[in-house]
Ligand binder design. Sequence first.
Ligand code: C5P
Length: 267
Amino acid sequence: MTVSACAKVNLTLEVYGIRPDGYHELRSVVQPVSLADEIMIESAVSGSIMSDAGYGDADLIVKAARCLDSAFPSREARGAHFRVMKKIPVGGGLGGGSADAAAVLRALNVFWDLGASPEALAGIGERVGSDVPALVLAQHYRQPVLMEGRGERVRLLSREEWPYPSGTWFVLMNPGVHSSTAEVYRHCRARMVSATEAVNDLEPFAVAIHPEIGEALALLREIGAGNVMMSGSGATVFGCAPDEPSAGQMAEELRKRGFFSRSVRTL
Ligand code: C5P
């Protein structure tokens, strides 16, 4: 079985303060986009759960599979082996590792015949990572999701609340620096007032750590992208394009300049 694990961009990301557990209280609109990793899943009669990618993102895949297995105890040992074809840049604010974990939860639910609802899978995903519950719902319903708390409170946005219609073209750009989520959150200060426009509260702190992110935001604006902002804790930045050809041209222009860039569609 091969499954597709789509990435997300955060269309808003508001930080309201630190919680007693050390995580930040957030409110964010999570938008699934057409950029996706491909994950091949094979059953393993041995009961072993393994991924070919070693460490990094692969850990979240294995963690997701183990969490799901322990949430549905069975007398038979369940196993699965995973092979990942990465398309989503790692550590880029596009939720790559969480997207893989979410896709694995959804796929194993079918593969192991567990019958869990997407909402129950989102609840299990909470133990895997903060972005996983939102990505389970966003991938399943192919719609934007509002996430709150640490990321554990998630709900689909009603169509009237969608910031962009489905099929809107974005251009993504990664300036080639690795932005550490934990480091950006450590530097970030909670917002004082509730802003109404689309904004990512982590952006100024990530830009202060990696000036390349600020340069990437400026470059995207310069080549004509609209509503330019950073996704998650960076380093990927994105903006909208009027249509598919212009998104493609902008991405091509950025790749010529040596950056990772893709044109993607909102789901
Ligand atoms: O949950 P996850 O492992 O994806 O989070 C990575 C890091 O991001 C955490 O260790 C924490 O430093 C930071 N974080 C946070 N508040 C959140 C989500 C993540 O401080 N709501």
